[in-house]
Design a protein around this ligand. Structure first.
Ligand code: HEC
Length: 222
């Protein structure tokens, strides 16, 4: 039987077959074992060192979030906030004129009633010196803004027959109050302003209703 072990010089499998040559070769192979620190040991140390260094920086960077000082600081802030929340305060003070001035542009009133409230002849009635705007009872323009206006109307002696949408559903009380205040106090108009509470009262009074007609508002001029 041919001996494959002998060919491959594998000792220990059949010592009887081992030649001097195969024993020397085996020794030579064994001697190739590294002397001193192995590269595996070296790279393991390097990897550990890298991980340790990274962790150290990482923990230093994010540790603050677990720092008791942070919580003490937050507790102070929460206490201050609580104080502020518990403070008695009056009603919110709106700058109605400024609110109305902004909305006059952003709600496109300006597109129909124009920059100086002069309107467009035959199409859009003026707001300047309009008896509807500067009426002594501010509920009148408030009603028009809340529920809109449609059909024939005479403003400052000129006739119109148009259609203006209701702004009540889209705007809050303080916004309607802003618009009414703004148009009653701009372009030479010098009528009283209104507040969100005034508008809320009118809104509650008229409820959810269809657009006004000039006829329905006629009582304001009698
Ligand atoms: C699409 C055009 C248009 C827009 C936008 C519009 N209006 Fe009018 N407005 C009209 C028309 C038309 C009338 C008259 C309706 C009629 O003929 O019955 C009117 C009537 C009025 C009136 C009563 C009549 C008068 O001239 O005094 C007031 C007040 C008024 N609008 C204010 C406003 C305000 C404030 C805004 C913005 C929130 C606004 N309108 C947005 C077209 C518009």
């Amino acid at each position: 039987m041919s001996n494959e072990f002998q060919d491959r010089n594998l000792p220990g499998i059949d010592e009887g077959q081992a030649s001097d040559e195969s024993i020397l070769k085996t020794h030579a192979r064994l001697c190739r074992e590294p002397i001193g620190a192995s590269p595996v040991f070296f790279f393991t140390c390097l990897a550990l060192l890298t991980v340790t260094t990274f962790s150290w920086f990482y923990v230093r960077r994010y540790m603050a979030e677990y720092d008791s000082q942070t919580y003490l600081h937050e507790r102070t802030e929460i206490a201050l906030y609580q104080d502020w929340m518990d403070r008695p305060r009056g009603p919110i003070e709106y700058d109605y004129f400024a609110i109305g001035q902004n909305l006059y542009a952003s709600m496109q009133c300006v597109g129909c009633h124009m920059a100086e409230g002069e309107g467009k002849p035959g199409e859009f009635p003026p707001l300047t010196a309009s008896e509807y705007v500067i009426h002594e009872d501010p509920a009148l323009p408030t009603k028009i803004l809340l529920s809109g206006l449609v059909g024939p109307i005479t403003v400052s002696g000129n006739e119109y027959n148009g259609n203006m949408a209701a702004y009540g559903p889209a705007l809050k009380d303080h916004e309607i109050a802003g618009l009414v205040t703004f148009i009653r106090q701009s372009w030479g108009n010098e009528a009283s302003g209104v507040t969100a509470e005034d508008v809320a009262a009118v809104r509650a009074d008229i409820g959810d209703r269809a657009q006004w007609t000039a006829d329905e508002l006629q009582s304001y001029f009698e």
